[in-house]
Design a protein around this ligand. Sequence first.
Ligand code: SAM
Length: 383
Amino acid sequence: MGEKILDPFAGSGSIMVGAAQLDRESVGIDVSPLAAFITKVKVTPLDDLQVGAIRKFIEQPNTLLVSDPWPAPALKIAHKMFEPDILETLLRIRRAIEAWTEDQDVHDFLLLAWISILESVGSYFKEGNGIKYRNKKREAVGYSVRIDGVWQLERFGEDQKAFTLQSFTRHLGHMLKDAESVWVGQPAWKRQVIHTGSATEIMPGLPDQAFDSVIFSPPYANRFDYFEATKVEMWFGGFVKSYADLNTLRKQSMRSHLGSALGDTDYVNDDLESLISLMDQDSYAAKSRVPSLLRGYFEDMKSVLTQCRRVTKAGSRTYVVVGNSAYAGVIMPTDSLCAQVALASGFKNAKLHVVRHLTVAPQQRDQLRGYESFMRESVVELW
Ligand SMILES: C[S@@+](CC[C@H](N)C(=O)[O-])C[C@H]1O[C@@H](n2cnc3c(N)ncnc32)[C@H](O)[C@@H]1O
């Protein structure tokens, strides 16, 4: 693994925290300012004074509710996302956080705790490729509507303000406990650096042969849009202020979903084209922009892997954790294609380590019978 590690798709920072714990240095990149913020908080150990300031904040919970509410974001559905009392309480706590300290690291730790409880106190939850409202309940076939007033009582109890406040203080307490156990040995942690932006734009600015290894898990080519799934946290956390901001981020992200900047590409990969031609041509996937998503995805992968080769020292390794996906009766073996793209981008060797099998969606089961084992997650080792 070596001393200095790069994760160009850092997400919420598992690789970087691991690097810090092993007394290594790491550099991370993520296009999502929310992900970069989460990672930054996790890799920034606080000293005793800062931890003390956070403890003090939790110890006087009722004072948190006297501040005027912080303004709700311009997200059109902001008021549908929370019960009125919950939203008001959240925004009062937010105001208290903003007024509490001038210490940026303490502020960010508190803000992360606040962002982290949004879903659990919200009237929505993340599911599939986006979010769903809690007033609908998933049944064996479709969804049923839950009775208004009843589901809220079941989930939030009678006092929604107290529920919200307790959720926040409890979560903050857990975060502190977690952080203190992870930060053992700090402040000996070496500095970990996180950049906000697209890997394809930031990596070319990194020096040649600066890293001992690259480890990353890119978005999978499965149409999942991180910005859709995290839009409440993005807006409420203040990471976007307008729909235009959100759209710009979507367009900068890897071409793994239909909201990214899918356009014409010059990228030609014969194996990928044969797979695309095997797709059921009458299917929605074949007629939609999925073929152009796939071409864009592997073109992005090629530019990232070319950079991985350049920024690593001779003899070092790159590890890509990636999952395959299925469209219109065809499994896209992203792991093998990624290895193939790497070999065409300067790597001499590639080895696939299958780590997990993925389930085939019920509607694709008949078409994919016999090929299920290709629905898998792998670590692609490159050198
Ligand atoms: C599979 S997740 C990474 C998970 C990560 N290993 C962790 O521990 O949380 C993929 C990440 O890639 C990010 N991403 C998408 N497009 C990107 C791009 N062009 N450049 C950098 N990051 C990008 C997403 O925001 C997401 O956080």
